[in-house]
Design a binder for this molecule. Structure first.
Ligand code: 5AD
Ligand code: SF4
Length: 479
């Protein structure tokens, strides 16, 4: 059913958008349209949010709004928000004050809040804060054109209905801020896990998987437009499950990975996020089988202590997590593993914290995202447990985890010195136009001098000659 051998005719389509029917719109066409308006969008939080903003952009583009990077000239300012920690919400509030200053200069500009914070705070945004005209939850983006119309008429507009079906499968995202090489593909939405610290099940609703064929065709389309890497996104990709309504065949995550890997050997596949309780050997063997599925797994541990993991409702314990790491090492020997870690969760003792440090060492993560616990209203933990670890203790434990991780990242990168990796060139290095940047299969960033004839989207072999804890530096190896 899916195309294993798509043609690679490249078109200069940086400015081409595909609408729902597959027709082609161009930004120029939109710009020439006298009714066209401009929208400005900022995204915060996880990769899923950035991916959602591209769906929002596609919906708006079909409705005569085209993107601008200049807030001052926009008719609509949108912010796609994150509720995961209190700090993330504080950032959004600060941005809303800035948007309102712009609005004073340019009356008539509409301000809209999208995403998780819209879902969490609902009417509160309109009633108490009076900083916004539109409030739109993550499952209501199709309603944006109506909500905008209603806001233009002076109403405060809101749609925060969550859905059990919405996957936006038929909407071709409008790639914003893109490098033309790497792109996100959302494969599922929502989360059914109910980790006790997490607000996501409340803000993003129930888990649902997107039609597998629509995912493969999005990957094929990206390949044909010059992209060379896709990241399959979901809160818990290992529980991806889609039933073909015609054949009743069930596609699981391993099957989906295989389908996307077979689109073309030059299209790299990444995915995020994996859940330790759900990642199967079948998935690991599929990664090992295909060279173009990257040897990199983001496998958040959260804590290394079984009692804390139970309170977190992670549904695995320390031995289970360690066994999954061993399985990865056995089946995909050169696989990099990264993690998310929370310090200072309710009732965490110094011994429990030591267990987290020791599991970080055991797993030898190439990198981690590390946070101290931030209680979120409405979550299981907020209702059941006391947030009893003092802030200084949470922060001190966090510093200890960060220091350990930095040391492990440095050692891991130093082990790469002298090795040669296949690297996908993503573009010029931020610091120097004379250098390229790109990643290896393990998701490590490499910086190396440019060579004539090579460009973004090409693969090249790079030998590493030095490293710090964040980056590898090297030279292109002529084969
Ligand atoms: N406090 C701190 N960190 C959190 N995360 C999720 N919820 C919280 C919270 N309440 C972290 C987890 C998750 C990552 C996306 O954010 O580590 O994996
Ligand atoms: Fe993403 Fe979670 Fe933040 Fe929502 S709350 S934006 S799902 S990280």
């Amino acid at each position: 059913m899916y195309n294993n051998n798509p043609t690679l005719d490249k078109v200069d389509d940086k400015k081409i958008l595909h609408d729902r029917q597959g027709e082609v719109l161009t930004l120029e066409k939109l710009e020439l349209n006298p009714d066209a308006k401009r929208f400005y969008i900022e995204s915060y939080g996880c990769q899923m949010n950035f991916s959602d903003s591209e769906i929002v952009a596609a919906i708006l583009a079909e409705n005569n709004y085209f993107p601008t990077k200049n807030m001052e000239e926009s008719d609509l300012i949108l912010i796609n928000t994150c509720s995961i920690r209190e700090k993330a919400e504080d950032t959004v509030r600060k941005r809303l004050f800035i948007y309102n200053k712009v609005k004073k200069q340019r009356p008539g500009t509409l301000i809209g809040v999208l995403g998780c914070m819209a879902e969490r705070l609902k009417q509160k945004f309109l009633e108490e804060e009076k900083l916004v005209d539109l409030v739109v939850g993550p499952d209501a983006y199709r309603d944006l054109p109506n909500l905008i119309n209603s806001a233009e008429e002076g109403n405060r507009s809101i749609n925060v209905l969550l859905s059990r079906e919405e996957t936006y499968a038929d909407i071709a995202p409008l790639r914003l801020d893109n490098n033309g090489v790497t792109a996100f593909i959302s494969i599922m939405r929502g989360c059914d896990n109910m980790c006790s610290f997490c607000v996501v099940p409340f803000t993003r609703g129930r888990e649902r998987s997107r039609n597998a064929f629509s995912i493969v065709s999005e990957a094929t389309d990206l390949l044909n437009r010059g992209y060379r890497e896709v990241t399959l996104l979901g809160q818990n990709v290992d529980s991806y499950k889609w039933e073909n309504p015609e054949t009743k065949e069930v596609v699981n995550f391993a099957n989906l990975l295989e389908m996307v890997a077979r689109v073309h050997p030059d299209l790299r596949i990444r995915f995020s996020t994996s859940h330790p309780k759900d990642i199967t050997d079948e998935v690991l063997y599929t990664i090992a089988k295909y060279e173009n599925i990257c040897n990199y797994i983001h496998l958040p541990v959260q804590s290394g202590n079984s009692r804390i993991l139970k309170l977190m409702n992670r549904t695995y314990d320390r031995p289970w997590y360690m066994e999954r790491v061993e399985a990865i090492r056995r089946i995909i020997p050169d696989c990099a593993i990264s993690s998310d870690i929370i310090t200072g969760f309710c009732s965490e003792t110094e011994e429990d914290h030591q267990d987290t440090l020791s599991i970080v060492k055991f797993a030898d993560y190439s990198m981690s995202f590390m946070f101290y616990y931030s209680e979120r209203p409405g979550t299981l933990a907020a209702r059941k447990y006391e947030d009893d670890i003092p802030l200084e203790v949470k922060k001190r434990r966090l510093t200890e985890v960060i220091e350990l991780q930095n040391q492990l990242s440095l050692e891991s990168n130093q082990r790469d010195v002298g090795q040669t990796f296949k690297v996908l060139i993503e573009g010029s290095s931020k610091k120097s136009d004379a250098d390229f940047k790109g990643r290896n299969s393990q998701n490590k960033m490499l910086i190396f001098p440019k060579k004539d004839g090579l460009k973004a989207g090409d693969y090249t072999m790079v030998t590493v000659n030095r490293a710090n804890s964040a980056t590898l530096f090297g030279e292109i190896t002529t084969s």
